[in-house]
Design a protein around this ligand. Structure first.
Ligand code: PGA
Length: 253
């Protein structure tokens, strides 16, 4: 039996002004159990990363960026580099979130280059992947997950974390059932074993994302291959996110 430490990650997306972000971070830090068995990660919008990271210094929460550019430096207006995230206090970074894939037409090759750049700078990447509603209806879910995971096969660091986020469940209030989520996670772990070997697959932390709420988190986290959550909407509310963190902790106890 593997002992994968659960992760509860809050993706704040393009929400919150500075004072609100600081108040939320403080509320979460205060509400966390001192000896938490869960890794808690926050992903503020880039301009807020540095103040949130500074406010949380010495507290048991880590901060990450929501995206990064695949190149180290250069003429890329509006983008952010891996080193700038590191200097702002980030230890993690999201890569390939479906909103990046759809809003900015990010494909698998670009996502893989971003994973490589993150690893090069010592940032821990969370690779986000998942099928659209049309792909699920066409029974192409596993094919899509296979393609998106295999794309990073040669560049992923050992510490890669993968977040399965069915696009149809993100921000919609519709969640994958525990059976649907477990089937996708089991497939991803099997594929990870084929790509990187059994030990690494066993250690790979697989998060579920898509309308995770305090009331559906306990059933999802009980699934064998679900090792935590990437949470959008509910992570903007300290009480709700703390309840989700607590559900992850209960599963680890
Ligand atoms: P949601 O977002 O929890 O609001 O569905 C999840 C995500 O996009 O990471």
């Amino acid at each position: 039996m593997s002992c994968r430490v659960p992760i509860a990650a809050g993706n704040w997306k393009m929400n919150l002004r500075r004072d609100q972000a600081l108040a939320l971070a403080e509320g979460l830090a205060r509400g966390l159990a001192p000896q938490g068995a869960v890794e808690v990660l926050l992903f503020p919008a880039h301009p807020l990363v540095e103040v949130v990271a500074a406010a949380l210094r010495g507290r048991p929460l880590e901060v990450g960026g929501q995206d990064l550019h695949p190149e180290e430096w250069g003429a890329h207006t509006g983008d952010v580099s891996a080193w700038q995230l590191v200097d702002s206090g980030c230890t993690w970074v999201l890569v390939g979130h479906s909103e990046r894939r759809s809003d900015h037409a990010e494909g698998d090759e670009l996502v893989a280059a971003k994973v490589a750049r993150a690893a090069d700078a010592g940032l821990l990447p969370i690779l986000c992947l998942g099928e659209t509603l049309a792909e699920r209806q066409q029974e192409r879910t596993l094919e899509v997950l296979d393609r998106q995971l295999t794309a990073v096969a040669d560049v992923a660091p050992t510490e890669l974390v993968v977040a399965y986020e069915p696009v149809w469940a993100i921000g919609t209030g519709e969640t994958a059932s525990p059976e649907q989520a477990q089937a996708a996670h089991e497939f991803l772990r099997t594929r990870a074993g084929e790509l990187w070997g059994a030990t690494r697959a066993d250690q790979l932390r697989l998060l579920y994302g898509g309308s995770v709420k305090p009331d559906n988190a306990p059933d999802l986290i009980r699934c064998e291959d679900i090792d935590g959550f990437l949470v959008g909407g509910a992570s903007l509310d300290a009480e709700k996110f703390l309840a989700i963190i607590h559900a992850c902790g209960a599963s680890a106890a």
